[in-house]
Write a protein that binds this ligand. Structure first.
Ligand code: PLP
Length: 359
């Protein structure tokens, strides 16, 4: 249980029994998180979340002088682009298809410019708005073919689909605990053996010298428990795809103005992102909230405010349609009756919308 480990005390740097127990809890968590993503325990560095993991990867390589340019897909989480720009290194943005999939031909031609030096490719495994799954393994092959490196943002993918650090060919991978039922404010960076980073936080040599500071033992232990749970329940997560497909087909049957984003490509089984032309996201969010259903607008993840989604813009979605984008995520406990409840709530929203449009 995540809650149980939160009450345990002890500093992992202390020699007394509590300290040893705290160290053991971190070691267990390291194994559990590593197992979730097909990595070795030694490759895991615990951080305060996905954003810090991404900062550690990008700044850590840049400060070390390992990379001289950064290539990011146009649909990365804002923390990737902002961090890449903050290094002062040249940053190239690779466009995507209308379904949000990175254009591998454009990526390859950027990488092929090897005179510009070693490139770090930043590519997410699954998108936080549409759930679409990127061809990371192929992008990693390309990065390595041209002597570059790849950072995989697996914050959304871990625990939803199988993630295998080794098989993907990743050099670095960012994870966030709260996306899999852990505690907010905990994450990890997975670093391939042999790759050296300059730490962002200097200190007492914790986390194999990659991140100084007394460890957040409760958060880390809870991350481990959540990672084990997510690993054990991965098959059940896959089954959510049936509910998601049912939801999408029922909603599409209600109106020909219903658009599902990234509908034609592989997506996370628990995610759907859609809009109804002319219906603003704020209106749907509030109406759904009143019905006890919590969903996000396309870009809620980045700021908490309802604003146009850069991801949908990068996919070429008209701003008017993008303003209506709603992201629905399901969890392990989601049941067919939850889907029915959503469909009923959506019917009411459409009825009101059609009535006000006709008035
Ligand atoms: N990357 C993606 C794809 C995300 O969705 C998020 C947050 O939602 C992050 C990175 C940042 O993670 P954190 O909130 O743990 O800092």
């Amino acid at each position: 249980m995540v809650a149980e480990v939160l009450t345990q005390v002890g500093n992992a740097s202390s020699v007394h029994a509590e300290g040893r127990a705290a160290r053991a809890r971190i070691a267990t968590a390291r194994d559990q998180v590593a197992r979730l993503v097909g990595a070795n325990a030694k490759q895991i560095t615990f951080t305060s979340g996905g954003t810090e993991a991404i900062n550690l990867a990008i700044h850590g390589l840049a400060k070390r002088g390992i990379i001289s340019r950064i290539i990011v897909s146009a649909v990365e989480h804002p923390c990737v682009l902002v961090t890449a720009n903050a290094t002062g290194l040249p940053v190239e943005i690779v466009a995507t298809s209308p379904d949000g999939i990175v254009d591998l031909a454009v990526l390859e031609s950027s990488l092929a410019n090897t005179d510009a030096g070693c490139a770090l490719v930043c590519l997410m495994l699954a998108n936080n708005e549409t759930g679409c799954v990127q061809p990371v393994a192929r992008a990693a092959e390309l990065a390595h073919e041209y002597d570059g490196l790849i950072l995989v943002d697996a914050v959304q993918a871990a625990g939803k689909i199988e993630v295998d650090f080794r098989a993907l060919g990743a050099d670095l991978m960012a994870l966030s605990a709260h996306k899999i039922g852990g505690v907010i404010g905990t994450g990890a960076l997975v670093v391939r053996a042999g790759l050296e980073l300059t730490p962002l936080i200097a200190g007492g040599g914790q986390e194999l010298g990659r991140r100084g500071g007394t460890e957040n033992i409760a958060g880390i232990a809870a991350f481990g428990v959540a990672a084990k749970g997510a690993h054990d329940e991965l098959a059940k997560m896959g089954e959510l795809g049936v509910l998601r497909d049912h939801l999408e087909s029922e909603l599409a049957a209600l109106s020909s103005d219903h658009v599902v984003f990234a509908a034609n490509v592989e997506r996370l089984p628990n995610t759907t992102c859609f809009a109804h032309a002319g219906l603003a996201a704020e209106t749907s969010l509030i109406a759904l909230d009143l019905d006890g259903i919590a969903v996000s607008s396309g870009s809620a993840c980045s700021s908490g405010k309802v604003s146009a989604s850069p991801v949908l813009a990068a996919m070429g979605v008209e701003p008017e349609l993008a303003r209506g984008a709603i992201r629905v995520s399901m969890g392990q406990g989601s049941q067919p009756q939850d889907i029915d409840r959503f469909i009923d709530a959506w019917k009411k929203i459409l009825t009101r919308h059609n009535a006000s449009a006709a008035a």
